[in-house]
Write a protein that binds this ligand. Structure first.
Ligand SMILES: Nc1ncnc2c1ncn2[C@@H]1O[C@H](COP(=O)(O)OP(=O)(O)O)[C@@H](O)[C@H]1O
Ligand SMILES: [Mg+2]
Length: 324
């Protein structure tokens, strides 16, 4: 497991004042964050631009020294022993960095494998496996400059797995990809966690992606973790009101009947009525499903449909960001 304890990063930047003067400014990009990444799990780090996601990933990847705090990878201190930890981790960044365009896909992987000092025989076999995993075996001898965007991104993933890491950090891996390629990439990410048992930390500002992939989510805002939980729990937490839809048989009940029944449980309930469809939309902070079904039963109102709208993580994020 990776354990992050009270991790913080303060950048010192200069702000120009006139031609010759500049003031030093401290910027707390990450403030005392704590998180855990287990093997076989996909953990999401969600936040708007500037929230501190990349800074966090860079510190975890040992590319950036934290101002304070502790990171341990399976018990090994990542700040004291970066070289040992580097063997067990790797990162994948979005976009087209860290790949050599003139080299073929295979040559790229070979180059990165050499950096890790992997034995030639083992490396060759691993490259075969990785090319197969990400589905670019038939393009392995083509220079990367002739790859499509999706193929480059798949090569990125293969590169991130070249040292057979236990943990992999992905910084906005689907940034700039079209919907179809992004979907395919998400499937690869799932496979790496579920089948190969790797621990994955994934950052994204794209909520649907986090919702689909992650077992657990941390929401970062201005460098601080403001919420954490499973995507489902977070979505519920963020929703102040539940929306219940009730569809009944035509002319079986009047609007007032439904409204008054709900009012007994929740004084601030909002009930809308669609006459044509004979559908009621009931918005309340309480769960009124039981109230509604009891009312319909007692008054012999035949129910066609009664269901609650699934809360969306997106609504929660917007609320958290506004409140923070
Ligand atoms: N090298 C740097 N020097 C100074 N400030 C930085 C540096 N890198 C990032 N920042 C600032 O730190 C904050 C967090 O940035 P970042 O971690 O890149 O956020 P995210 O990846 O969530 O968009 C931002 O305000 C950004 O401007
Ligand atoms: Mg970033």
């Amino acid at each position: 497991m990776i354990k992050v304890e009270n991790l913080a990063k303060t950048y010192e930047t200069k702000v120009r004042k006139g031609f010759f003067k500049s003031n030093k400014v401290q910027l707390e990009a990450v403030k005392n964050i704590c998180m855990e990444i287990e093997k076989g799990k996909i953990i999401g780090l969600l936040g708007i631009n500037g929230a501190g996601k990349t800074t966090t990933i860079k510190m975890l990847s040992t590319l950036l020294l934290p101002t304070s705090g502790r990171i341990t990878v399976d018990g090994i201190d990542a700040i004291k022993n970066p070289m040992t930890v580097k063997k067990r981790i790797n990162m994948v960044a979005g976009g087209e960095r860290m790949i050599y365009w003139r080299l073929t896909g295979r040559e790229n992987l070979w180059y990165y494998g050499q950096i890790y000092g992997i034995d030639d025989k083992i490396l060759s076999k691993r490259i075969d496996e990785l090319l197969n995993l990400v589905g670019i075996t038939d393009k392995q001898d083509t220079p990367v400059e002739n790859y499509s965007k999706g193929m480059k991104q798949r090569l990125q993933i293969a590169r991130g797995l070249i040292n057979n890491p236990d943990y992999i950090f992905m910084d906005e891996p689907t940034l700039g990809l079209d919907a179809l390629i992004a979907k395919e990439l998400r499937n690869h990410v799932k496979k790496i966690a579920c089948e190969d048992g790797k621990g994955i930390l994934l950052t994204s500002h794209y909520m649907a992606e986090i919702e689909e992939l992650c077992d657990y989510v941390y929401i970062l805002n201005k460098g601080e973790i403001i919420e954490k939980g499973t995507p489902k729990n977070l979505a519920m937490l963020g929703l102040k009101n539940k929306t219940v839809y009730l569809k009944v048989e035509k002319n079986s009940v009047a609007y007032e009947g439904i409204y008054n029944a709900c009012r007994l449980t929740d004084k601030s309930v909002v009930v809308e009525h669609d006459n044509k469809e004979e559908q009621f939309t009931i918005t309340s902070s309480l769960d009124l499903k039981l109230t509604l079904s009891k009312f319909c039963m007692n008054n012999k109102v035949p129910i066609i449909k009664l269901y609650e709208e699934e809360p969306k993580l997106e609504d929660a994020i917007i609320r958290f960001a506004k409140e923070a």
